[in-house]
Each structure stands twice: as structure tokens, then as C-alpha cells.
Design a protein around this ligand. Structure first.
Ligand SMILES: [Zn+2]
Length: 77
């Protein structure tokens, strides 16, 4: 498909890593091997709604592993 962000590139089907966020915008899960159409020029990723529905079902299952990550905030000087 034609990229609507840069209006120059075409997309190619790839598998990417995405984050699922809660309503506060915080990441609650990382999903590997997620299907996406990726623009070959600007890198914009396009996802299908049904793939996110599949993630909702996935989140009810046990994850491969659980990682704890430190969270920082860059404060203005
Ligand atoms: Zn693009």
C-alpha cells in the first residue's frame, strides 16, 4: 500500500515488535512477531485491527516471560 504519512514510500509486509498500552498510555505488554505493513521510506508502521483483537486474547494467556524495566523522566533544566 502507499504510505499516507510521507506520501512517497510503499509498504512491505513485515513482523515487528509492538507495545500494548493502557488508557493512561503506559505500556502493559510487549508483543513480538506482530504483523505490520512498514513503509520502505519513512518506516511508518500500519497495523490491522483484527491483529490487535488477537492480542486481547493473547493477554489472557501466560506471557513468555515478564521483564521489569526502570522508568525515568527527563526533567527540564
Ligand atoms: Zn512513509
Amino acid at each position: 500500500m502507499h504510505c499516507v504519512v510521507c506520501k512517497q514510500g510503499e509498504t512491505s509486509s513485515q513482523r515487528v515488535t509492538v507495545e500494548r498500552h493502557n488508557q493512561a498510555g503506559e505500556p502493559i505488554a510487549v508483543i513480538h512477531n506482530f504483523p505490520a505493513e512498514v513503509c520502505t521510506v519513512c518506516g511508518e508502521e500500519y497495523y490491522a485491527a483484527e491483529d490487535w483483537q488477537a492480542v486481547d486474547q493473547l493477554l489472557a494467556q501466560s506471557p513468555l516471560r515478564v521483564a521489569q524495566v526502570p522508568i525515568y523522566e527527563l526533567r527540564s533544566p
